[in-house]
Design a protein around this ligand. Structure first.
Ligand SMILES: C[S@@+](CC[C@H](N)C(=O)[O-])C[C@H]1O[C@@H](n2cnc3c(N)ncnc32)[C@H](O)[C@@H]1O
Length: 238
C-alpha cells in the first residue's frame, strides 16, 4: 500500500524506521492536532490511515458517527499488535536520540508517549475485535471504499507530509483529491516530515487543490511536539 518513490535515506537520520509505522494516538491528541472543538456531535467523521489509534473508538463513545480506514485493517488484531511490538523499540530509540527536536510540554517524556501508544493500541484492539468492528474498513489512499461525500470531515494524522520521503508529491495530490471526494472537509497534521522539516510537497499540493476550486489554507493549532509543527492543512468544499 505504500508508494515507494525513491530510495529510503532515513537510515541517515535518527529514526531508523521500516516504512510507515503502526503507531496510534488518542482522542485528546487528535482533538489538539485538528482543533476539533468546533465539530458538532453526530458529525460523520472518517479517520484516514487510522492505524492503531483509539480516536474512532473514543469519538464513537462520545456520540460521533465515526469510521476509520487503513490497509492494516485487513490484518487480524494479533498481527497489528505484533507489528506495533516490532516497531516500538525503533520508535523509542528515535525519540530518545532526537529528543532535542521535540517540545516535551504535552507528553512529558518518551516513557509517557510509549504508555499512551500502548493505551491507544489496547483501546483500538478492544473495539476492532469487539463491538466496534464495523467502524474499521480495510482500504488505502488514493482509492477509498466510500461513496461521494459520505462524510462531513476526514482527518489524516501522521501519514501525508510526515512520510514525504516515501510518498511523492503526485501521490499527495491524488490522496487529497480522493479524501475530498468522500468528505466535505479534510484536515491534515502534521505538515513536516520525519526530520521535522516543512514538507516540500505542501506548496504544490495546496496549489493543485486550490486550482480544483477548493478552499485551502493552513491554520495554527494548540499543539506542538515536533518543533515548529504547529499548523494543520484545512481543505473545504466551497
Ligand atoms: C503513523 S500511523 C498513524 C496512525 C494514526 N493516524 C495516528 O496518527 O495515530 C500511519 C498509518 O497509515 C497507514 N497507511 C499507510 N499507507 C496508507 C495509505 N496509502 N492509505 C491509508 N493509510 C495508509 C498505516 O497502515 C498506518 O496505520
Amino acid at each position: 500500500m505504500i508508494t515507494k518513490t525513491r530510495p529510503n535515506f532515513r537510515g541517515q537520520t535518527e529514526f531508523k524506521l521500516d516504512g510507515i509505522v503502526p503507531w496510534g494516538r488518542r482522542l485528546d491528541e487528535y482533538s489538539a492536532f485538528f482543533a476539533l472543538k468546533d465539530i458538532l456531535p453526530r458529525a460523520r467523521i472518517l479517520d484516514i490511515g487510522g492505524g492503531p489509534s483509539s480516536f474512532a473508538c473514543e469519538a464513537a463513545q462520545l456520540g460521533f458517527d465515526v469510521h476509520a480506514v487503513d490497509p492494516i485493517y485487513a490484518c487480524e488484531g494479533r498481527v497489528i499488535r505484533e507489528r506495533f511490538d516490532a516497531t516500538a523499540p525503533a520508535m523509542r530509540t528515535g525519540l530518545w536520540s532526537a529528543a532535542y527536536r521535540f517540545k516535551w510540554k504535552y507528553y512529558g517524556s518518551e516513557e509517557q508517549i510509549y504508555r499512551r501508544r500502548l493505551e491507544a493500541l489496547n483501546l483500538f484492539l478492544g473495539d476492532f475485535e469487539g463491538a466496534g468492528r464495523e467502524r474499521y474498513l480495510s482500504g488505502a489512499l488514493p482509492d477509498l471504499p466510500f461513496g461521494d461525500r459520505a462524510f462531513d470531515l476526514a482527518l489524516i494524522s501522521h501519514l501525508l507530509f510526515l512520510y514525504g520521503d516515501e510518498l511523492d508529491g503526485d501521490f499527495h495530490i491524488l490522496a487529497l483529491r480522493e479524501a475530498m471526494r468522500v468528505a466535505d472537509e479534510v484536515r491534515v497534521f502534521p505538515l513536516v516530515n520525519l526530520d521535522g522539516r516543512p514538507s516540500s510537497h505542501l506548496p504544490d499540493v495546496m496549489r493543485a487543490l486550490a486550482d480544483d476550486g477548493f478552499e485551502v489554507g493552513t491554520e495554527l493549532v494548540d499543539f506542538e511536539f515536533q518543533l515548529g509543527a504547529t499548523r494543520m492543512l484545512r481543505v473545504r468544499r466551497v
